[in-house]
Design a protein around this ligand. Structure first.
Ligand SMILES: [Zn+2]
Length: 152
């Protein structure tokens, strides 16, 4: 792989490349996927130039394929990143991360009296407006915007 893009994703035999990460979100993604505790080989790059974003971050993780649950967490933090699944040095799948219709145990409810903040239970949010990132608590109906959420 010697094309422009190839240099950035080179030499990953199997694993996942997380691309188009806004630079200020890079370390949030690292934390979210617990890559600091990951035993596989992880390459983290930041401030690559990108036509779309100006600058972007990129993470390569060898031998790791993320679950749908991990991907929905990612979607909440940075809705427009892209995952490239690599097998045998080839990109076999590209996934645009987008907000799912429902988020289970990803986001904390901002309403202090909500049952989810007072009982040991999972939170459930319905994404009611994907474009603006508005989600609504299943239990108390409180709406919150993706820009102000706290993760579980
Ligand atoms: Zn609630």
């Amino acid at each position: 792989m010697e094309d422009k893009k190839g240099r950035m994703v080179a030499a990953l035999e199997n694993g996942t490349v997380i691309d188009h990460i806004p630079t200020q979100k890079l370390f949030t993604v690292v934390q979210l996927l617990q890559l600091d505790k990951c035993k596989d080989s992880v390459t983290i790059g930041n401030n690559y130039s990108s036509k779309k974003l100006g600058h972007k971050g990129l993470i390569k993780v060898a031998d790791r394929f993320f679950s749908d649950d991990e991907i929905s967490r990612l979607a909440v933090v940075c809705p427009n990143i892209r995952l490239c699944i690599i097998r045998d040095y080839e990109v076999v799948e590209k996934k645009e991360v987008c907000l799912p219709d429902q988020l289970t145990n990803v986001v904390r409810c901002a309403n202090p009296v909500c049952i989810t903040n007072n009982e040991p239970m999972k939170t459930v949010f319905y994404v009611v407006d994907k474009e603006r990132g508005i989600m609504k608590c299943r239990y108390c109906g409180k709406e919150q915007c993706i820009d102000n959420i706290k993760l579980v």
